[in-house]
Design a protein around this ligand. Structure first.
Ligand SMILES: Nc1ncnc2c1ncn2[C@@H]1O[C@H](COP(=O)(O)OP(=O)(O)OP(=O)(O)O)[C@@H](O)[C@H]1O
Ligand SMILES: [Mg+2]
Length: 333
């Protein structure tokens, strides 16, 4: 993973402080992790943060998108194959498990794998060994598994489409990322962050959003979460010709959809999938003394990428923080 501004973590809400606290605990151990949350909430960012803050940080972080690989290829992608194992296997190929040896394998969209693959994954998780396709040799592996998905596993287990034993194996320490609409207190920080980011990417000097534009972003419910926010702000940067972003620069789908929010306490709004149980179990992982500590430590939440590694150092200088608030058009807390 190269160093990039894209790998910075922004978040001030209590929900995100809990996530940061769980990340720092998970980074120290090698247990499997299941990261859950809607699309665009930052699951991959969390997976990288766990890897790059732990003892495996100098080893590989290998990603496989289980949802994007056809069923007949995924086994070979994960476990590799011998030459001649099947039609088209003209060379011996190492699988991602071997490639990630000593490091972390990020199984993205794990909810999309077939039942047959679920059995094979369970075996690797339990026995730490697997057999490449066409081989009679068992390979031992030391790979940390981090999985992610937006899927409703509880329902899938009831329907019989996801194995309960695999779910519990993966879900030792769950991480739940709440949707942006349930943590709108993070919005000003994210907006400020992306204003700085796109100013440097596009060599511009945009200072803030005007009041109307700010209100629009606050009232929108962000179905695509932080990814969508990022795209909207970049759209505005390209369209805006002054130093202050106005409504005219917004994509029309946002201006049409954003309605004044009925609730002024968006944290209480429910997400479509019932993540409550998971959320509670994640919150339970943080004891009250840790809470106090994290409140202090994460007062100004901001992660940094440093030569390819995320440093979970959430303390930025007060100046920097105030500058962001100013840039994003918010006058304070
Ligand atoms: N807390 C955050 N601070 C800053 N940027 C963030 C944060 N969370 C997510 N992002 C950014 O939002 C975008 C989407 O994040 P990411 O790819 O990790 O989401 P995801 O949950 O894996 O989405 P999907 O389910 O669609 O794969 C990325 O550009 C990422 O850098
Ligand atoms: Mg992702």
């Amino acid at each position: 993973m190269g160093s990039s501004d894209d790998d910075k973590f922004v978040g001030e809400s209590n929900a995100m402080k809990k996530v940061f606290s769980v990340i720092s605990k998970l980074a120290k151990v090698s247990t499997p992790v299941l990261i859950r949350g809607e699309s665009g909430t930052g699951k991959e960012l969390v997976a990288k943060a766990i890897h790059y803050n732990g003892p495996r940080k100098d080893e590989k972080f290998v990603t496989i998108n289980c949802g994007a690989i056809p069923e007949n290829l995924i086994e070979s992608e994960l476990f590799g194959h011998e030459k001649g194992a099947f039609t088209g296997a003209t060379e011996r190929k190492l699988g991602k498990f071997q490639y990630a040896s000593g490091g972390t394998l990020f199984l993205d969209e794990i909810g999309d794998i077939s039942q047959a693959m679920q059995v094979k994954l369970l075996r690797v998780l339990q026995e730490k060994q697997f057999t490449p396709i066409g081989s009679n040799r068992v390979v031992n592996v030391d790979v940390r598994i981090i999985a992610a998905s937006h899927k409703p596993f509880e329902e899938m287990i009831k329907e019989g489409t996801f194995r309960e034993d695999l779910f519990y194996r993966l879900n030792v320490l769950p991480v739940y990322l709440p949707p942006l609409r349930e943590r709108k207190s993070d919005l000003p920080h994210l907006i400020g962050y992306y204003i700085d980011y796109f100013n440097s990417v596009h060599n511009l000097e945009i200072k803030k959003l005007n009041e109307e534009a700010t209100k629009l972003l606050e009232n929108y419910d962000w179905p695509g979460n932080i990814r969508e926010l990022r795209n909207v702000i970049e759209h505005c940067f390209i369209m805006e010709s002054s130093e202050v972003i106005s409504l005219d620069s917004f994509p029309s789908n946002i201006t049409h959809k954003a309605q004044p929010s009925e609730s002024d306490d968006p944290i209480k709004e429910e997400s479509q999938i019932d993540f409550k149980g998971i959320q509670n179990s994640v919150l339970d992982q943080t004891d009250s003394s840790e809470d106090e500590k994290s409140d202090r430590e994460y007062n100004f939440t901001y992660g940094e990428m440093n030569e390819g590694k995320i440093k979970l150092d959430f303390q930025v200088t007060k100046d920097r923080f105030e500058k962001r608030i100013y840039y994003s058009g918010f006058s304070g807390e």
